[in-house]
Write a protein that binds this ligand. Structure first.
Ligand SMILES: Nc1ncnc2c1ncn2[C@@H]1O[C@H](COP(=O)(O)OP(=O)(O)OP(=O)(O)O)[C@@H](O)[C@H]1O
Length: 313
């Protein structure tokens, strides 16, 4: 696809953020996002997700590193950069007695864009809100209110949409509705960056996932690749005597012999119907390989996630 050769819609280079008082909330973050991607920034409370979004949107001061949105530097070309961004907050704070149409039109005006009913109509239709355009906000369901937040953020035709914890504090049904809304946004071509605490939410919505922990972007990976890696575990077989080589009848197993030849490590997929462990043990016994102990361990990625979940509690 030609998209990979295009200039990125968002470029974050070596960005750090130290708050007054000396707290370092972000450390040397590098990230490039291509147009049309749906990207999830996953991390526990306090990891730095909001700080990063605030720097991109100009809500916090950027002192270290560089950020561009569609080629515009967020510091030296703030208005151009900001105009490319739609920011969806968690709560609706606008006038409950205002109509859907007026609320969304007003948001467009805030960015200095001329009135354009065709744009507002398109945005409302894309979010299944057009029928409700004359409704006062207070009469809308929770799901509709959340969609109004997205419509407001899209009214000035941004290139990048930020969703800050789109399903925080919502029930299961509404969470699913939000996932569908984000999936539909893909058709509009807008790039979506969302923050979340939940692995399954990132899995449902995103093409790529970035994991942020204690201010560091510790991992950025294609969603499918990440999920594949996540299901892996390691089984270490501690031997009674050193083994010179892996026996031939075990060559199709993903086995590694330790340097001291005193242990074998087998990497397997926990989601697979058969892990192959029982057969492996039988074949080892047939080969006369005797073992002292067996230890299972999650992959390093799994450890990262377990750590994240524990941190987040
Ligand atoms: N204005 C500020 N001054 C000092 N420290 C701050 C400020 N804003 C945030 N922090 C600290 O920076 C760290 C990162 O906060 P941030 O809000 O970016 O995390 P987060 O990943 O968005 O968390 P959450 O999921 O809870 O929103 C936290 O330890 C927070 O206390």
């Amino acid at each position: 696809m030609s998209e990979t050769t295009q200039k990125p819609i968002l470029s974050i280079e070596n960005v750090s953020k130290t708050y007054e008082g000396g707290y370092k909330a972000l450390k040397n973050v590098d990230l490039t996002i291509q147009k049309g991607e749906i990207f999830a920034l996953l991390g526990p409370n306090g990891a730095g997700k909001t700080t990063l979004i605030s720097l991109i949107c100009g809500l916090a001061r950027l002192n270290e590193g560089r950020i561009t949105v569609d080629g515009h530097d967020v510091k030296s070309e703030f208005y151009k950069a900001r105009g490319k961004i739609g920011l969806v907050p968690q709560e609706l704070t606008t006038d409950a007695f205002e109509s859907v149409w007026n609320t969304v039109s007003f948001s467009r005006g805030l960015f200095g864009k001329p009135k354009d009913p065709t744009v507002i109509e398109r945005v409302l239709k894309s979010l299944a809100l057009y029928e409700k355009r004359d409704n006062k906000l207070r009469t809308l369901s929770g799901g509709m209110k959340r969609r109004v937040l997205i419509a407001k953020a899209l009214a000035h035709e941004p290139e990048v949409l930020f969703l800050d914890e789109p399903t925080a504090g919502v029930d299961v049904a509404l969470r699913r509705e939000m996932w569908n809304v984000v999936a539909d946004l893909r058709q509009t071509g807008v790039t979506v960056i969302l923050t979340t605490h939940y692995i399954e939410e990132a899995e449902m919505m995103a093409d790529r996932i970035g994991v942020i922990s204690k201010g560091e972007l510790i991992l950025v990976e294609d969603k499918n690749e990440l999920m594949r890696k996540l299901g892996h575990k390691e089984l270490t077989i501690v031997l009674q005597e050193p083994l010179q080589a892996i026996p031939d009848n075990l060559s199709h197993y993903d086995l590694q012999l330790a340097e001291d030849r005193m242990s074998l490590t087998y990497s397997y997929d926990t989601h697979a119907e058969r892990t192959g462990i029982a057969t492996l043990m039988r074949l080892l016994a047939e080969d006369g390989v005797r073992f002292r102990d067996i230890v299972t361990k999650q992959s390093s990625l799994e450890e990262i996630f377990v750590g994240l979940v524990e941190d987040g509690q």
